[in-house]
Design a protein around this ligand. Structure first.
Ligand SMILES: [Fe+2]
Length: 385
């Protein structure tokens, strides 16, 4: 009598040699088009010591091919919270910036240079050249743009509306939009689905995984002194800096943009309470738009899977917990990303996300665009975990 002790009901993985080169060149095309360096550009790389040197070499080689010059400036870490005065002349002289630095998005000096046309690529998600071999690196950037545009279309035009976040744990959080806020936010290059650093004043992510935020201060033209009406409670499932999702239901309550109270009895709740009370909502919420971004990888600042959300909170004071657990984190210990993977989000009457599923993935124009690249179901709905 024989005993069957192995079963093979699913495809046997192909030998990597069969697909490796094809996949690599597919990813390289995204790289060269996103890094839209032009003849005569003066490129500045804002680096840190833990950035893979091969990433800088890749940018330099690409710039050389395009007839552009490159300077590299390194700070002791990527956790730079404001552009140092010594760097300002260098930055002012550049036409194209590739940066790992935390302050890239929010520093007024950077915002002003982008207003004058400087193009930026943030490489928080490209700190290691080997990432070129991931599925998210070769996912067509046009489709990321199409998915983003299809989501933007859902925001109601010409009326006041609430962005409303709910989930089965009881989250109930609202951010109030005016027509002007909608227009300000959706006019930014990423909300228009422009994934390459071609446009004057652009700010793009490479890898193209961190999409535009469902709300951020772009809605008030980055004037942090303008308050935004928001209220309610979030019950995050997880946060960056915690090894695994929370077992307890931890409530993070807001009064306006600021955290007023954190409920819960667990060790994690106590840590969050200590960190978050008094903190300010900065990204509400960061949403993934690349279907091949791993859903359950939330480090360093995600998850970036479509429909997964992170809520970036700037803290009232640096958190010792983060300094102990993530001394080399790419972000300074004054920022925490809370994560929900199962949110339902509406903008007025329109549904953006249904229980963690980004509704735009099934829009006719997105599916039609995907058909050029392969099977739309595989491309848009086969997730990476
Ligand atoms: Fe983020």
């Amino acid at each position: 009598m024989s005993t069957i002790n192995t079963f093979t009901g699913m495809p046997i993985p192909l030998a990597s040699e069969i697909t490796h080169t094809r996949h690599f060149f597919q990813a390289l095309d995204n790289f060269t088009r996103t890094m839209a360096i032009r003849n005569g550009d003066r490129v500045l790389v804002l680096a840190d010591p833990l950035l893979d040197n091969r990433v800088i070499d890749a940018v330099m080689g690409h710039a050389k091919a395009r007839g552009a010059s490159v300077r590299v400036y390194m700070e002791p870490s990527s956790r730079v919270t404001a552009i140092p005065d010594t760097v300002k002349p260098l930055l002012q002289d550049a036409t194209f910036v590739v940066s790992t630095w935390f302050c890239s998005i929010i520093d007024p000096f950077c915002i002003d240079l982008r207003r004058k046309g400087q193009r930026w690529v943030k490489i928080t998600y490209f700190r290691n050249l080997d990432l070129l071999h991931t599925e998210q690196a070769r996912f067509p950037i046009e489709l990321v743009g199409e998915i983003t545009r299809a989501t933007a279309k859902r925001y109601p035009a010409g009326v006041d509306f609430d962005l409303h976040f709910t989930d089965e744990r009881g989250s109930d959080f609202r951010i109030s939009f005016t027509p002007q806020m909608r227009e300000n936010m959706l006019s930014t290059n990423r909300w228009r689905g422009k994934m390459t650093a071609e446009e004057p004043g652009c700010y793009v992510h490479y890898l193209a995984s961190h999409g535009p935020n469902l709300w951020d201060h772009n809605a008030v033209k980055n004037d942090l002194s303008v308050p935004t009406k928001m209220r309610g409670v979030l019950y995050p499932q997880w946060a960056v800096g915690f090894a695994e999702p929370f077992k307890e239901k931890i409530g993070v309550f807001f009064e306006g943009e600021y955290v007023s109270k954190v409920t819960g009895e667990s060790t994690e709740a106590a840590i969050l309470r200590d960190m978050l009370v008094g903190g300010r909502m900065i990204e509400g919420g960061g949403c993934g738009f690349n279907p091949k971004a791993p859903r359950h990888t939330i480090y360093p600042a995600g998850s970036n899977a479509p429909g997964a959300l992170h809520f970036g909170i700037d803290l009232a004071k640096p958190a010792d917990y983060i300094r102990r657990t993530m001394p080399d984190w790419e972000e300074p210990p004054i920022h925490v990303d809370l994560v929900t993977l199962d949110a339902t989000v509406t903008a007025g009457d329109a549904k953006l996300i249904d229980k963690g599923f980004l509704c735009a993935l099934r829009d006719a124009e997105v599916v039609a665009a995907a058909e050029c690249y392969g099977d739309p179901i595989e491309l848009l709905e086969a997730q990476v975990y």
